[in-house]
Design a protein around this ligand. Structure first.
Ligand SMILES: [Zn+2]
Length: 132
């Protein structure tokens, strides 16, 4: 891999998989310009990796494995079953008692105990109005 510094000096790199596992540091020996960010991005692109996101913070709530917030009126049984403490029978009960106007109707309709509801309430919501 070859790069050209803004001072015009060309530099050659050997692309190794190890480069991808560490942030690449590079300072142009000719002009002293710190081109680490640029070289790092280039290396990652060459190796077919996206640059590591620079902003930390939010975890991967959009990614497949994680159970996000399920809509009580539309989530399929298979998804409801993924909720902590919800088995197939409970999931069916949730579906049978639709529609819900509010998530806590799981308790008032006696679908779940208060304790069971408390453990899943962060994962369920009523995002669409009940009925049509
Ligand atoms: Zn330079």
């Amino acid at each position: 891999m070859k790069i050209q510094c803004s001072c015009g000096v060309k530099h050659e790199f050997e692309l190794t998989p190890e480069l991808a596992t560490h942030p690449v540091k590079f300072v142009c020996p000719a002009c002293g310009l710190d081109a680490s960010d640029f070289v790092d991005q280039l290396v990652r692109r060459e190796l077919g990796q996206a640059a590591a996101p620079s902003t930390g913070g939010h975890s991967a709530s959009m990614h497949g494995q994680h159970v996000g917030t399920l809509d009580l009126n539309s989530a399929p049984i298979e998804e409801l079953r993924q909720l902590p403490g919800v088995n197939e029978a409970t999931a069916k009960k949730i579906v049978e008692n639709r529609p819900y106007a509010r998530a806590d109707e799981l308790v008032t309709k006696k679908v779940l105990s208060k304790a069971a509801y408390d453990s899943i309430k962060e994962h369920v919501a009523v995002t669409k109005p009940a009925g049509k």
